[in-house]
Design a protein around this ligand. Structure first.
Ligand SMILES: Nc1ncnc2c1ncn2[C@@H]1O[C@H](COP(=O)(O)OP(=O)(O)OP(=O)(O)O)[C@@H](O)[C@H]1O
Length: 255
């Protein structure tokens, strides 16, 4: 479990995260949502260790990352897989080389074993025969699959995804969402997704943390969203007419 307790972060005296407390469980797709500027990226960067919190505790399965020595911090870093917005693949490397990159950096294995692992994860994301292709030769959805394969190649305990389906059409976005959820469940990873996409939230948000002005304004599951009376989340989610209608239909059905 990742436990976040009373997390504060400010920049030049301006508070951005104002005392966030929450938990993220194993085997669950957790989503951080909120308006632009609400602090989602800063929160994710604090979890990743890219920002140092001014106050508060972040604990990875009992390991408080403020108290870890350099070696343990490095070990923890290797347990985190990351899917960046836009994929962030190396254009000049083939799919196979992109995925093998973290193994070459961190794993002390013969090349044949690394290749076996690369082929395994490529198969897992349903990308066969793409080994020798370059990112530019792939569709956006295929590039996201490669990014997911690279993120899981080191068998991470934690998977962080920043807007994993930005730029994808709705169908492909749903396929990518479902793939992330399946992998999370199958390998019992703690997945945390930073997202703007309400379709994704409704599809795979097993736990949702809603940030507003750096404060946790609401948390719950995608099913709770239909029932909640919390004004902040209702206003955020149901600014879309489509979701307003879905909610009305759900509430009528369950009356
Ligand atoms: N390195 C930084 N230095 C100063 N201010 C920062 C820094 N990083 C973020 N901020 C500020 O923190 C606030 C929250 O930013 P953040 O990027 O976390 O928002 P967000 O919710 O991820 O927004 P978006 O959905 O647009 O990506 C913003 O006001 C931003 O200007």
């Amino acid at each position: 479990m990742i436990e976040v307790t009373d997390l504060y972060k400010e920049f030049n005296g301006v508070p951005v995260l104002k005392g966030i407390t929450t938990t993220f469980e194993k085997g669950k797709t957790n989503m951080i949502i909120g308006q632009s500027g609400s602090g989602k990226t800063v929160f994710l960067k604090c979890l990743l260790g890219l920002h140092k919190p001014d106050k508060g505790i972040i604990s990875f399965d009992g390991r408080k990352h403020t108290e870890l020595d350099i070696t343990t911090q490095r070990q923890l870093r290797q347990e985190i897989g990351m899917v960046f917005q836009g994929g962030a693949l190396y254009d000049s490397l083939t799919v196979e080389e992109n995925i093998m990159f973290p193994l070459k950096m961190f794993a002390d294995q013969p090349r044949s074993e690394m290749l076996d692992r690369v082929n395994f994860v490529l198969k897992r994301v349903n990308l066969n025969d793409a080994n020798k292709k370059f990112p530019a030769e792939l569709s956006g959805g295929m590039q996201k699959r490669v990014a997911i394969a690279r993120a899981i190649v080191m068998k991470p305990k934690y998977l962080f995804c920043d807007e994993p389906n930005s730029g994808l059409d709705p169908n492909t976005a749903t396929v990518i969402d479902n793939l992330i959820q399946e992998i999370t469940d199958e390998y019992q990873i703690i997945t945390i997704i930073n997202s703007h996409d309400m379709n994704s939230v409704m599809e795979i948000g097993e736990k949702i943390v809603f940030l507003k002005n750096g404060v946790k304004a609401w948390e719950g599951t995608n099913k709770d969203i239909f029932k909640t009376e919390n004004e902040a989340i209702v206003k955020f989610v149901y600014s879309s007419n489509l979701f307003k209608k879905v909610r009305e239909a759900y509430l009528n059905e369950t009356k």
